[in-house]
Design a protein around this ligand. Structure first.
Ligand code: XMP
Length: 506
């Protein structure tokens, strides 16, 4: 038998792609599939059924073709909803819950034989469910419980297990080790994940999907669009890279981007559309409306430059996809990311949008970029949102407010670079608050604006923590901003985690 991929069946959990990512981190090839794709899988090496928001007792709840699942003769793991589904298939039942158990819980292992080999007797896991497995078939073995002795891990056969918790999230302290046990101790024959092979596959896929069509690719200088542009250039397809200056970029951004693309040898066309964007945003204060306006203008500006272009390439990553899932899909809508606005959805329906990075997380994109020969500094630039400084300027956006934000931001970023903190943070920036506060400048009362600094660490932007920057770094940045940014008399440091806050202000 040849080594094969780990197929993850997606029952709609927000964490489904994280399972794929953990499997890749463990060094194996893995892909996510809608449950119905089970019928078309070609010799998978192992199958994982993800969690999901539905209840198995609901009418039309997503199901699994059990005979097909077992016909592969490979190890199977059900997570949360996946476990409940498998318990029913093995002759047990699922009890509908009235309340949702959400958060950390204690895992008490009662059988260390395979799935929990080397796992602590007691450890923290992350739960997110309301239904529970109830009556178990007599052949079902309980291999772990929670602290109230309720079964949370089941073994139905030598090749089939279920766990009620989410091993893929970092809050399950030994989650990755449990997944590793599943992949290694189960006897699965698995294909090794290798970035070079992955890159080659991606280049082939792009070539096949694009064919002779001309692709237009928006570049911002950020990691995602840079990797995308170089990937398209390396795939040898016809590509035009366009940098639209929205007027809401960071200080000197246009010049820096030009220099970067010169270095990687990919030509770009720069268009200054700042007057159009700022004009359209006049008087607009609603965050979603701002995003929609910017997203729509982006596409219009593209189409102005390249009227007959047949394909639009976007550096959309997995967290963007999951966070702007449209209503009707299983994951719930959180906020409209600029590359998911209506106009783009229309183009998508016409098959005119190419998103080759959509199954990747940021660190995977960086690894891909390194293997494409993109310079370290470009890969480690902080992510910058599509709508730019607009999402960091709550309230109305004016050229003056943008200039104030740019100036403060440049000072903060320079201080992070000087102190060695830039690459130790995932993302950092200055936001301009829509308030004025009283202060004293010289001998006079001042009534000026407030800047809020934010620096976060994150693994994949889905959760984030604020960075404990040294006071000296904060003090230097604050002093410089207060002394040189016109119209600012107060500097704050944002100490909010995501969730409940988001990384950006809007
Ligand atoms: P939030 O604010 O949602 O941000 O916690 C998570 C990550 O996504 C970036 N971000 C965006 N990126 N278009 C993008 O390309 C957008 O509309 C957008 N909004 C947020 C944000 O900078 C952070 O890295």
């Amino acid at each position: 038998m040849t080594a094969q991929e780990v197929a993850v069946l997606d029952y709609g959990s927000q964490y489904s792609q994280l399972i794929v990512r953990r499997v890749r981190e463990l060094g194996f090839v893995s892909h996510l599939y809608p449950p119905a794709e089970l019928a078309n899988l070609k010799d998978p090496g192992a199958i994982i059924l993800s969690g999901g928001p539905r209840s198995t007792s609901e009418k039309d709840a997503p199901d699994v073709d059990y005979d097909k699942l077992m016909s592969f003769g490979v190890p199977v793991l059900g997570v949360c909803y996946g476990m409940q589904l498998l318990n029913i298939k093995h002759g047990g039942t699922v009890k509908p819950g009235v309340t949702r158990e959400y958060g950390p819980a204690k895992l008490v292992v009662t059988d260390h034989e395979d799935l929990f080999k080397g796992i602590s007797h007691e450890s923290q896991v992350w739960m997110s469910h309301s239904d529970t497995c109830a009556n178990l078939a007599s052949t079902t073995k309980v291999i772990a419980t929670n602290e109230d002795a309720i079964p949370v891990a089941l073994k139905w056969s030598e090749r089939c297990w279920g766990i009620q918790f989410h091993p893929e999230v970092t809050h399950s302290h030994e989650g990755t080790a449990i997944l590793k046990n599943f992949l290694i101790n189960s006897g699965a024959k698995l294909a090794k994940f290798d970035i070079e092979a992955f890159k080659a596959q991606m280049l082939d896929r792009i070539k096949a999907e694009v064919g002779n069509r001309e692709v237009i690719c928006g570049v911002s200088g950020g990691v995602d669009s840079t990797v995308l542009a170089v990937l398209l250039a390396k795939a040898g397809v016809k590509v035009r890279c366009i940098f639209i200056d929205t007027g809401m970029m960071r200080l000197n951004e246009a010049a820096e981007v030009k220099e970067l693309f010169g270095k990687v040898g990919v030509p770009i066309e720069q268009i200054d559309a700042s007057a159009t964007f700022l004009g359209a945003l006049k008087g607009v204060t609603d965050p979603e409306q701002k995003r929609r306006i910017i997203g729509t203008l982006f596409v219009e500006e593209f189409w102005k430059v390249a009227d007959n272009v047949e394909l639009l390439a976007q550096g959309t990553l997995y967290p963007d996809v999951i966070e702007s899932a449209t209503s009707g899909s299983i994951a719930s809508k959180i906020k409209t990311h600029h590359n998911r606005v209506d106009k783009i959805m229309e183009l998508k329906e016409q098959g005119k949008v190419l998103e080759p990075l959509a199954e990747l997380f940021k660190d995977e994109v960086r690894a891909l970029g390194a293997s494409l020969g993109i310079p370290h500094q470009a890969l480690w630039r902080h992510p910058f949102p599509g709508p730019g400084l607009a999402v960091r300027i709550p309230g109305e956006i004016t050229a003056e407010r943008v200039a104030t934000t740019q100036h403060a931001d440049a000072i903060f970023i320079a201080e992070l670079r000087r102190s060695g903190w830039y690459e130790r943070t995932w993302q950092a920036y200055a936001a301009l608050l829509p308030v004025k506060t009283v202060g004293v400048k010289g001998d006079e009362r001042s009534y000026e604006q407030a800047i809020s600094l934010r620096a976060v660490i994150s693994e994949d932007a889905m959760t984030a923590d604020w960075v404990e920057l040294p006071y000296s770094v904060l003090r230097n940045a604050s002093n410089k901003i207060l002394n040189s940014v016109k119209g600012v008399n107060r500097v704050l440091y944002d100490i909010s985690t995501k969730p409940p806050a988001s990384i950006e202000w809007e």
